[in-house]
Design a protein around this ligand. Structure first.
Ligand SMILES: [Cu+2]
Length: 149
């Protein structure tokens, strides 16, 4: 147990020291039986500026970045190739806006679970890096209807 705690601390410190971005309020919506996809949300701040270009997760076969928008009074969502992270600006991935879409789920996500998501980022000078974040699964309010498969 003690070793686990130390490992967790080192990991957290590493994230702070070398992370391209600061990630807070990360969560994913719990699934209902039979649901194969769900959204993950978080607040991202890039100190130097960069771009979020993708993500991966051990719990999902496919992970996409999505945006939601109103078109003719209908909420639509579509995959995007990336999301700019201007230096120092808080970018919110949230229900009804941009989100990380976990598709082809390998298991149901229950409230209280922790899920790892690896963010793929492009730095200001064009380098590609990854950064792991831990996301807590929460009971979300309305289902993410458009993503039932
Ligand atoms: Cu989506």
């Amino acid at each position: 147990m003690k070793r686990l705690l130390i490992a967790a601390c080192v990991w957290a410190m590493a994230g702070t020291a070398w992370g391209q971005v600061d990630v807070t309020s990360a969560w994913a919506r719990a699934t209902v039986p039979g649901q194969m996809g769900t959204g993950a949300f978080m607040t991202i701040v890039s100190k130097e500026g960069g771009r979020l270009i993708g993500a991966a997760s051990p719990v999902a076969g496919v992970v996409e970045l999505h945006e939601m928008s109103m078109e003719n009074n209908v909420m639509k969502m579509r995959p995007i190739t990336g999301l700019d992270l201007p230096a120092g600006r808080e970018i919110q991935l949230k229900p009804g806006g941009h989100h990380v879409m976990l598709l082809d789920l390998k298991r149901p996500l229950k409230a209280g679970d922790k899920v790892k998501i690896e963010l793929r980022l492009e730095t200001r000078d064009g380098k590609r890096v990854t950064q792991p974040v831990e996301v807590e699964v929460r009971q979300g309010a309305p289902a993410h209807e458009a993503h039932k498969q």
